[in-house]
Design a protein around this ligand. Structure first.
Ligand code: FE2
Length: 304
């Protein structure tokens, strides 16, 4: 076991896989250090009371049905043993950020790209990039809900629809511009729902977004701070709204139910096909042309 175990930015197995262009890997479980397990235990213990107060019921049931380990970093294969029979989803280990098309394509196959490193225990709140606590404790319990799981699959299909529409656009520059606009809309929708969504329930407003479910400081702020603007999800607003990732979100959107969320992702695809995502407001998130080209495999092959 190495001294640093599998700590974010200090896990050589993961760093090397990334450098070698290997996006997927096995979770090298034996490499987690005791410090990594201790960090997981502390993160879990301090989130639990907030989950009881703020998380939606499906998340709480999901945590239970996955038999999530409270005190040790979970093994993805154990999580998948419980998750897969419920919705067909699997958590698959990745070495880092996946380009947008690859990420969405995984979702269409019911695979969730999952970070396996653990944040530095000396800075529990500092999160320069997702870690396993965000991905496994924040995201994966939601994948036990069938309508939520179907929503993720539909996100994946939307990426394929975007690729199809871009293929039929004119020049290379027009294709990239079109993709830039559509992928911006998809990413904004993902951000304001899957990552930071709120949902009504009989018990009041609850959190279902994973960015909130894995944030000790922000989860209660999102529900109770008078400074946060909370509005019913409006498609035209969400797809044109920029966001910043380095502070608490000042604006959040509310859905009525998971079925409502699923209906909205289908609506998003209809808007895409109708051309209504072709000119979304510029700004964050920004995608490099190289990343957008991932949506144009045929074009890439033709230039190879
Ligand atoms: Fe996330």
């Amino acid at each position: 076991m190495t001294k640093t175990g599998l700590t974010t930015n200090h896990a050589s197995v993961v760093e090397n896989a990334r450098k070698n262009g290997q996006p997927f890997l096995e979770q090298p479980y034996h490499l987690y250090s005791e410090a990594n397990h201790h960090t997981w235990k502390r993160l879990y213990a301090r989130m639990e009371p907030s989950w009881q107060r703020c998380a939606n019921q499906r998340f709480l049931q999901g945590i239970e049905s996955l038999c999530m380990n409270h005190s040790r970093v979970p093994r993805l294969e154990e999580i998948n043993r419980f998750l897969n029979p419920l919705t067909g989803f699997r958590a698959v280990a990745v070495s880092g950020y996946l380009p947008a098309f690859q990420f969405f394509d995984c979702l269409s196959r019911r695979e969730f790209p999952t970070t396996i490193t653990v944040r530095d225990g000396a800075h529990l709140d500092y999160l320069p990039e997702p870690d396993i606590f965000h991905d496994v404790a924040g995201h994966v319990p939601m994948h036990t809900d069938p309508a939520f799981a179907d929503t993720l699959v539909q996100f994946g299909r939307c990426a394929h629809t975007a690729a199809e529409l871009a293929e039929s656009a004119g020049s290379h520059a027009e294709r990239v511009e079109l993709l830039g606009s559509i992928v911006r809309a998809l990413a904004r929708f993902f951000w304001f729902t899957i990552e930071f969504g709120l949902m009504r329930s009989e018990e009041g407003l609850k959190v279902y977004g994973s960015g909130l479910l894995s944030s000790h400081g922000e989860i209660e702020h999102a529900l109770f701070s008078p400074q946060v603007q909370r509005y019913p999800l409006q498609m035209e607003w969400v797809i044109n709204q920029t966001f910043e990732i380095d502070h608490y979100q000042p604006l959040l959107f509310i859905v009525e139910s998971f079925d409502h969320l699923y209906s909205q992702i289908n609506e998003l695809e209809r808007w895409m096909r109708a051309g209504r995502l072709n000119h979304t407001a510029p700004g964050e998130p920004l995608f490099l042309e190289r990343e957008l080209q991932g949506f144009l495999p045929k074009e890439k092959a033709a230039h190879a």
